[in-house]
Design a protein around this ligand. Structure first.
Ligand code: TRP
Length: 492
């Protein structure tokens, strides 16, 4: 092969892209809620323990393996053991699965961005979200047609992803210089607005008042690991793909530390933004903060819009700021996910990025319309649950064991230490071989037993079987076919 691999423009752009993939909606709508409900300020202890014992070690693993082997997840794992290429395709397939439903959130955000101009939800933001925006049906069995405004939002989302990815990693290098700092800047503006509102301090006290008694509860520790794992975008092949575009001499360990710390710092900071606004909302509605607190879609599309329309002035402006922040938080996670999957095709069949971006978007866009049908919200919820709670956990488990035991880790560590700014000790190997897999296994067992005994959120079994297990199985089969298909150079 005479062609040279596409490269990051600079080390900074690589780190920015890694941060961009990690910092996403989860930092805003998941972390603050998890922290407050898991011991407030005291949660920072298990959280940082999880960051250092599992999060950063796995980041080093993923960035390092991609960089050393110079391939995305499928061929990188295939280089460790041939059959592991199947696993690599599966992990990368999960990424493709995520971006297809993740785009839904961006579609909603585009619609809300538009509505920010007039703030039409009035004093019924929840009904507005469910009835007007989602036009939600009564259950997953009642699919209906795609909702036009959301289809437009989807189209804009996929077009943006295509335009960003079609020129490859060099272009991503430029894009992340905007999509990473911009949402942070916007969050700072929202924070300043939030902190100067009445009730803000009550919200923040609510967020951070430590409850140390929670630290004896094992579930809180598992939640911390789960949050770290999700937040750093691990086990989906994203960091492996991004690492593969680093040069042969690139620094790894310090970049992983910077990415991990920047991500968790952003989460902690986002908690102030969220809870200062919720504190204000509680004050104007005369409710306790606990009663207005939400996470996920309820926070972004119900609680925040309510707070925005209750602001004393410049409501539309703050609406625009908030939804642009969501969009720029989400878009770099989205294209990172797509890249993690398409990199495999570039590696194996040398299909150029431009073509890959076009083909992927042309297939993914129609499929993603399933999630903006009237019953789409339910399918979004199910697919998200299964990929995150089962797919990524299983993938992380296999990944740690594969690299920990089938790859010469000792030698890998020496390799990383030789070219990195921070030397990693034996703890890194322990973290990969024992600590992280053990914790992931416990998390998986907990999730599984809950699913078997209680089901999920009252959905009928057939729906979780099709949408949840079906999705995981689909990528397993497709992964097998991609693994077995001969590569263009007919060896390896
Ligand atoms: N880290 C992202 C967030 O906090 C979500 C996420 C999980 C993700 N896995 C991913 C994003 C893989 C990109 C790639 O919102």
């Amino acid at each position: 092969m005479t062609e040279t691999r596409d490269r990051w423009h600079s080390r900074t752009s690589f780190i920015m892209a890694a941060i961009g993939s990690a910092v996403g909606l989860g930092n805003v709508w998941r972390f603050p809620y998890v922290a407050y409900s898991s011991g407030g300020g005291a949660f920072l202890i298990p959280y940082f323990v999880a960051l250092f014992t599992a999060g950063i070690p796995m980041l080093i693993l993923e960035m390092g393996i991609g960089q050393r082997i110079q391939k995305g997840a499928p061929l990188a794992f295939g280089a460790i053991r041939k059959p592991l290429q199947w696993f690599g395709w599966w992990a990368a397939g999960l990424s493709a699965g995520i971006v297809i439903y993740y785009s839904t959130i961006l579609a909603w955000s585009w619609v809300y961005l538009w509505h920010s101009l007039t703030l039409p939800w009035g004093d019924k933001p929840e009904a507005f979200f469910v009835q007007n925006v989602l036009q939600r049906s009564t259950g997953p069995g009642e699919l209906g047609w795609p909702v036009l405004s959301l289809v437009i939002g989807m189209a804009i989302t996929w077009l943006s992803i295509y335009l960003i990815l079609r020129k490859g990693v060099r272009n991503v290098s430029k894009v992340v210089m905007v999509t990473v700092p911009l949402p942070l800047l916007l969050l700072v503006i929202l924070l300043i607005r939030g902190l100067t509102l009445p009730g803000a301090m009550d919200g923040i006290r609510f967020y951070l008042t430590p409850d140390f008694s929670k630290l004896t509860d094992i579930r809180i520790w598992l939640r911390a690991y789960g949050q770290i794992f999700f937040s750093l975008s691990l086990a989906s092949g994203v960091m492996i793909g991004y690492g593969s575009y680093l040069g042969k001499k690139a620094e790894i360990t310090n970049s992983a530390f910077i990415t991990g710390l920047a991500n968790c710092g952003t989460s902690f900071f986002a908690g102030f933004v969220v809870f200062s606004m919720l504190g204000y909302l509680a004050k104007v509605q005369g409710l306790p903060v606990a009663d207005v607190t939400e996470s996920g879609t309820g926070l972004a599309f119900v609680a925040f819009p309510t707070a925005i329309s209750q602001l004393p002035a410049l409501n539309s402006l703050f609406g625009l700021i908030f939804f642009v922040a969501l969009l720029t938080l989400g878009i770099d996670s989205a294209f990172a996910l797509q890249e993690a999957f398409t990199t495999g095709f570039y590696d194996k069949w040398h299909i150029p990025p431009q073509k890959l971006a076009a083909i992927f978007v042309l297939i993914a866009f129609p499929v993603s319309l399933l999630f903006v049908t009237k019953g789409g919200f339910y399918w979004f919820d199910i697919v998200d649950k299964w990929i995150c709670d089962f797919g990524l956990v299983i993938s992380g488990f296999i990944q740690c064991l594969a690299v920990g035991f089938l790859y010469p880790v000792q030698d890998f560590r020496d390799y990383l230490n030789a070219q990195s700014e921070i030397r990693i000790g034996r703890w890194w190997i322990w973290a990969l071989r024992y600590i992280t897999p053990a914790i992931l296994l416990v998390i998986l067992a907990g999730n599984l037993s809950k699913e078997i005994t209680e089901g999920y959120a009252g959905y009928p079994r057939w729906a979780t079987l099709v949408g949840g297990w079906g999705t995981l199985l689909f990528w397993l089969i497709l992964g097998y076919l991609l693994w077995k298909r001969r590569n263009s150079s007919d060896h390896l």
